[in-house]
Design a protein around this ligand. Structure first.
Ligand code: UD1
Length: 427
């Protein structure tokens, strides 16, 4: 078990290059199972979720090469693929369920374990399955697995009850090889959906309207090969932008798409930070003599405030003057970090789906745990401004979705280092 040791740090200063998006590359890797030719995927972040997805694709029969330093993956799913995904890998990472749509479309049958719930909520897959049924698949759930069969899927008009990111991606991938036209309504509009559609189209698919709430997919017989660069990770960018505010620093994030960060930029300005678009990227800085002030935040599907930034933004609000209310509407249990922030001296009460935060002047270093990926990042940020030393454990959650977080923070002046196998050392 590794942990971060984090000390009270000076204001973070400098620039940091943002990696490719985790939530874009995972569905794109799943989509590579649809392609009969070789695919090149660039700007791949070095994260353990990517490793898990690659293991799964390999076990399903794909050939892969990952040049980690260059951030490039070569995939080939031209040989015989297996129809069954392993429980061990699907249970480790929910995004593994995204292989279902491509395998069903390509092989006509698939058997995938249900991914189950996770720390932040129940996270059902009913919308994914409703979509496969609408495309003509026979879907059966038994013994914790879901299997689906269809000689060839048939295009259909599908209305999603909620604009689920995963369901939009899974159904879109399945529909690529369907017979006829699929219209997906009330679908997710996240930038990662657009990136997936661009990947699919560059391989020969016909996906129209991604980024709007209605996507039209004109089925094709096959897709071949693609060479695609993944979009920058808006959540990693947001995490560093918040780090500038928490530490009263001055950080420029480079390799970002400012448009993807609009809801966060608006909120950073509301708490009294300066955000400027420069030639290099986005600069976030703290103006001397101004205090962070409270604001309210409600998480929503894109283009609303991202649930994946809720915990990190809270690390600012716990230090802001006044009362802030954070309402989580996307996941039912995404306040696990609150208990850990309180160990550091934050004043937060939870009432139903809202956290009511009274800003404090100072946080104290403590022993805290990363309860999930984004909660872990949020605690690391708070620890930078806390007095003394913070020991942040369970950082394997952070490794799932951040590429060298500690190294990147250190380069900006943070006092953070990683200890591997600390439990053994302590014995
Ligand atoms: C993706 C992101 C995750 C992000 C989330 C919301 C990836 C790999 N992960 O997760 O980081 O926090 O979007 O922006 O891209 N739901 C159902 N039935 C379904 C599917 C979803 O009820 O069939 C519910 C979920 O329980 C949740 C809400 O819809 O409450 C949003 O989930 P969804 O948009 O599907 O998120 P993911 O794709 O799992």
């Amino acid at each position: 078990m590794a942990r971060f040791i984090i000390k009270n740090s000076p204001p973070l200063k400098g620039s940091v290059k943002i990696s490719g998006s985790k939530n874009a590359v995972l569905p794109i890797l799943a989509a590579s199972l649809l392609a009969e030719g070789k695919c090149i995927i660039r700007e791949v972040p070095c994260q353990s979720d990517v490793e898990t997805m690659l293991k799964l694709l390999e076990r399903l029969g794909a050939d892969l090469q990952w040049d980690k330093d260059a951030g490039i993956i070569h995939t080939s799913a031209s040989s015989r693929l297996r129809t069954e995904a392993e429980y061990e890998l699907v249970s480790k990472m929910r995004a593994s369920f995204l292989v279902m749509g491509p395998l069903l479309a390509r092989l006509g049958e698939v058997n995938v374990p249900l991914p189950g719930g996770c720390a932040i909520g129940a996270r059902p897959v009913d919308l994914h399955l409703k979509g496969f049924c609408a495309l003509g698949a026979e879907v059966v759930q038994e013994h914790g697995n879901v299997s689906a069969k269809a000689k060839r899927l048939k295009g259909a008009r599908i209305y999603l009850d909620f604009p689920s990111v995963g369901a939009t991606e899974n159904i879109m991938m399945a529909a690529v090889l369907a017979d006829g036209v699929t219209v997906l309504e009330n679908c997710a509009v996240e930038p990662e959906i657009v990136d997936l559609a661009n990947f699919l189209n560059s391989a020969g698919a016909e996906v129209r309207g991604a980024g709007t709430d209605t996507i039209k997919i004109i089925g094709v017989k096959s897709i071949s090969k693609a060479d695609h660069s993944v979009i920058p990770d808006r959540i990693e960018a947001g995490t560093f932008m918040v780090a500038a505010g928490v530490t009263k620093g001055d950080i420029t994030v480079t390799n970002v798409v400012a448009d993807h960060l609009k809801p966060l930029i608006a909120k950073l300005k509301e708490v009294n930070l300066n955000v400027e678009e420069t030639e290099a990227g986005l600069r976030v800085y703290y103006k001397e003599g101004r205090r962070l002030i409270a604001t309210d935040v409600k998480t929503l599907p894109y283009p609303g405030f991202p649930t994946d930034m809720q915990a990190q933004f809270m690390s600012l609000l716990i230090l802001a003057e006044g009362t802030s209310i954070v309402t989580e509407t996307v996941f039912e249990n995404r306040f696990m970090h609150v208990g850990e922030f309180k160990r550091m001296g934050a004043d937060i009460k939870i009432e139903s789906r809202s956290a009511i935060i009274e800003g404090v002047k100072k946080l104290m270093g403590a022993q805290v745990k990363a309860t999930d990926l984004r909660a872990g990042a949020a605690l690391a940020l708070a620890a930078l401004t806390a007095s003394g030393t913070t020991e942040l454990s369970d950082i394997y959650h952070i490794d799932r979705g951040y590429c060298n977080l500690a190294e990147k923070l250190s380069q900006l002046g943070a006092m953070i280092h990683r200890e591997e196998d600390f439990s053994e050392k302590n014995c």
